[in-house]
Write a protein that binds this ligand. Structure first.
Ligand SMILES: [Zn+2]
Length: 279
């Protein structure tokens, strides 16, 4: 039998627990807002040779994109966007695009990498000229697709000369994709020119990144500065409130806390691996 005192105590405990839960949700929400490149399920998560994704990460919502080609699994928004993009290309140009390689697990990347390493007598630098080490491939996120064109040589730099590649480069942003490894960016991205590799970031960001005409690494630095400016001026504070928490507990984090908590982005400097790397 609980006394009124017991109930009161339990109510206080449950109140403290909700405060802690709300607090931690707010902090993680705020961190993701302030540092979107660190939110693994978000549209701007950054993966490259310096910033890798954990072995444990596997998207829980992979689905097959309704397009022609192989290895068609992507996360749902990317899968739909890819279908729309291929359809639009067909309607506007008559060309048939193909999916070549979408989602790739950490394990699969490890196997490909290990095979490559054996074939070059364990010369790591040489292996990485051609294959990304596990954790460093954007394909593990389920938002990247290597695109080809029917009856053309694919996964070669010469693909850039095809009508399909030209159309994708010009139009991918309309569907939420960006060309991730353009030729002038090799030293910043750490990957050689890949006219076939497209990354989904959503329509809003894709338009901005396309207009800026810079690699994702570079764009994220200016984007983060903008987000922090908005947080400091209060314009972005609505993003920090997690819905369905007791309103009297929702104390927004201060801009200073957020600025300190942000994990810095890598400087856009050449990697020691050079530019001859495939993903
Ligand atoms: Zn790729």
């Amino acid at each position: 039998m609980h006394t009124p005192e017991d109930w009161k105590r339990m109510s206080t405990i449950s109140r403290i627990l909700s405060l802690l839960t709300a607090g931690s949700m707010m902090v993680s929400g705020a961190l993701n807002t302030a540092a979107p490149q660190n939110d693994v399920d978000g549209p701007l998560f950054l993966v490259n040779r310096q910033w890798t994704v954990s072995e444990a990460y596997e998207p829980g919502d992979l689905t097959k994109s309704d397009v022609a080609g192989q290895v068609r699994r992507l996360r749902p928004a990317a899968a739909e966007a890819l279908r729309d993009m291929f359809r639009a290309c067909r309607e506007e140009t008559g060309l048939q695009l193909l999916s070549i390689s979408g989602y790739r697990s950490y394990e699969k990347q490890s196997n490909i990498y290990a095979r490559k390493l054996r074939s070059v007598k364990k010369n790591v630098a040489k292996a990485q000229e051609f294959v990304a080490p596990p954790g460093a491939s954007e394909h593990q996120l389920g938002v990247a697709m290597d695109i080809g064109q029917k009856h053309k040589v694919n996964l070669e730099v010469s693909f850039a000369k095809t009508e399909g590649a030209k159309w994708c480069r010009e139009n991918c942003w309309r569907f939420g994709f960006i060309l991730r490894y353009d030729e002038p960016w090799e030293e910043i991205t750490g990957y050689r020119y890949e006219p076939w590799h497209f990354r989904y970031v959503g329509k809003e960001y894709a338009r901005e990144i396309h207009d800026a005409n810079v690699p994702l690494e570079t764009w994220l630095i200016s984007h983060r500065a903008e987000v922090l400016r908005e947080l400091v001026s209060g314009e972005g504070s609505a993003d920090l409130i997690v819905p369905a928490t007791p309103t009297d507990l929702a104390v927004p984090a201060t801009p200073t806390d957020l600025a300190d908590a942000v994990i810095p982005l890598p400087e856009a400097t050449p990697t020691d691996l050079g530019a001859k790397a495939a993903d």
